[in-house]
Structures are given as C-alpha cells and as structure tokens.
Design a protein around this ligand. Structure first.
Ligand SMILES: C[S@@+](CC[C@H](N)C(=O)[O-])C[C@H]1O[C@@H](n2cnc3c(N)ncnc32)[C@H](O)[C@@H]1O
Length: 143
C-alpha cells in the first residue's frame, strides 16, 4: 500500500491530542491528496462525514493488550484504538468542511501532522443507536 496523501494537523506531538474520558476531537486540519488522486474526489462534497484510513507512522511495535487513557484496566488491542497494533492502521471519522482541488478541510482530526493517508471513504452509519453496544467503554464511564 502506498499513501494517497498526508494530513495537515495542528498536532506535532501525541500529548497535544485530547485523550481520556470526555475527550473531544474538534480540531481542524487538511487532508492533502497527491495531485494524481484528485479525480478520485469527484462528488465527495455531497458527504457530511468521511472515514479516513491512515497509518500510525510514528508508533513502534505492538502489544496485544493495552490500557487506554479512558480506563485503568487492560483490554485486548482489537477492543481498543491503541496506536500499537500488529498492522498500524488508524481510522477516524471527520466532518468535511470544504474542498479546494485535492485538499479537503475537515474537523475532528486526532492525527499528527504529516500522517500518511491510506484511503478515504464516505461515512454512512446505519446502526440504530439502540443496537449499539459500547463494551468496556460504557462500563469504564459508569465507574
Ligand atoms: C487512540 S489513537 C486513535 C486513532 C484513530 N481514531 C483510531 O481509532 O484508529 C489516537 C492517538 O494516536 C496517536 N497518533 C496520532 N497520529 C499518529 C501517528 N501518525 N503515528 C503514531 N501515533 C499517532 C496520538 O497519540 C493520538 O492521541
């Protein structure tokens, strides 16, 4: 896989990114696509939100358990959003604010500046709220 572009973010260090219970991700940034991929953005303006699939390019190695900042107990890596995973792939839902050619201005980023973008897809949620279970996160929040 080759990156299709990079993320322009106000964050240059992990500690600047909000974490833990109640953390809000409302920072704005730009998804800068390489010029040759611009035709792939045709009709993207009609979508309010996008999935951004990206690479944790500054994380090293992995651990099969992780203790996230939202809890004080360990969980399996695949039950968390830990950056230290066997395949270091990140997934973030962002709000699309505007487009200028190959650049998408978005809100809701939690990636470091220069993070490689692997793919972008329109976000379409069809899971009814009453069917959604939030696992250990709901338990941790109620503790
Ligand atoms: C908990 S992860 C969640 C990322 C994404 N929303 C997901 O679910 O895959 C977010 C953290 O990843 C770290 N991070 C962001 N960009 C990174 C990068 N390019 N390489 C390594 N770590 C990064 C930051 O510490 C940030 O707080």
């Amino acid at each position: 896989m080759q990156p299709i572009g990079q993320i322009r973010s106000p964050y240059t260090e992990g500690r600047e990114i909000p974490k833990g219970p109640g953390a809000k991700h409302d920072a704005e940034g730009v998804l800068e696509l390489r010029a040759e991929f611009e035709p792939g953005l045709m009709d993207i303006e009609g979508f309010s939100h996008l999935y951004v699939i990206w690479k944790f390019d500054r994380s090293e190695g992995f651990s099969l358990t992780a203790t996230p900042p939202t809890d004080n107990r360990p969980h399996g890596v695949f039950a968390t959003r830990s950056p230290r995973r066997p395949n270091p792939i990140g997934l973030t839902v962002v709000e699309l604010l505007s487009r200028e050619g190959p650049n998408l201005r978005v809100r809701g980023i939690d990636m470091l500046d220069g993070t490689p973008i692997l793919d972008i897809k329109p976000y379409l949620s069809n899971v009814p709220a009453e069917k959604l279970r939030r696992g250990w996160i709901a338990e941790a929040e109620s503790r």
